[in-house]
Design a protein around this ligand. Sequence first.
Ligand code: PMP
Length: 359
Amino acid sequence: MKRVHNFSAGPATLPLEVLEQAQEELTEYQDTGRSIMELSHRSAHYEEIDKQAKDRLRSLLGLGDKFEIMFLQGGASSQFMMAPYNFLSKDQTADYIDTGRWSDKAIKEAKIFGNVHVPFSSSEGNYDRVPTQEELNFSDNPRYVHFTSNNTVAGTQFPTEPETNGVPLVCDASSDFLSRPIDVDKYGIIYAGAQKNVGPAGVTVVIIRKDFLEQADTENVPTILRYSTHVEKIFNTPPTFNVYMVNLVLKWIEDKGGLSWFKSFNEEKAQKVYDEIDADDFYRGAVEKESRSLMNATFRLPTEELEARFLEEAVEHDLYSLKGHRSVGGIRASIYNACSMGSVDALVDFMSDFRKRNG
Ligand code: PMP
């Protein structure tokens, strides 16, 4: 077996231990004589997986009993629609902080349901930064404040939650979910597509505060698109194998030492990459230093020709999926939880060597 260094932005690298356990159990899950994929979602075995995954999320994030957890389909993109569908109407306003391609998509969806006020946008600077607290110009009485905690395409990340003086945050945490501790009390909803930090593509983790859920206005919302439907019970067939995988990843996160452990680990990895970028002016960070993401490090080389050569030679060193998002170009190294220190060291060594030969 040969595994490469995988810097894909998502679906992203998964812990080898998790893949191996899944491989071991693939054809026979526990004593069932069947794969987990072949078991009913109403079976005791699946119910136990669902419960374990939710218990683990509760404990890792410190959710207590104030939050409900759902495993939904439709990707994070469906949450762009589902959150305002449940919480925003024509006579109401929600504030949406615009820090990237995904925020912008969330804004477009929210506008279908109600008024959107944008308290800050970095679109004119090609989304090269997130706002400081002082720059956030909130509306008078927003229903909620939506933000994208990590901007996967640009490579920026909020260092901490924006302060909203009690207005619930609705957060697209797709690309930094469980990468560090967060202040859960500030959130009404946290949603994340699994395919970066917690599992394979096909399941979206949605966490909702109970007292916020009570304020939802869903009279005209189709049953399957109401959060309350999924909170009450497992409503329809969930992506069972994906939830099984998420549960294995959550166990792996716990075993490593939880979110504080990952915070330090992710900071150390990112520091190595950014130190290499900042060593001289051969590499150029694509965003402002204060806004840099610990998950997606984006940078440029002196010319596009050199960038193309960098990507070509990287593959020869088993360094894969380093091409920046098609809308921005350049290089992007996605170094989520499951990206090992060994992979980061291999990348940094290659960057250093490439600079010596081409700088
Ligand atoms: N939000 C963010 C921050 C993302 O990075 C992505 C996917 N790259 C999405 C939303 C969209 O997720 P999905 O493809 O699961 O709908």
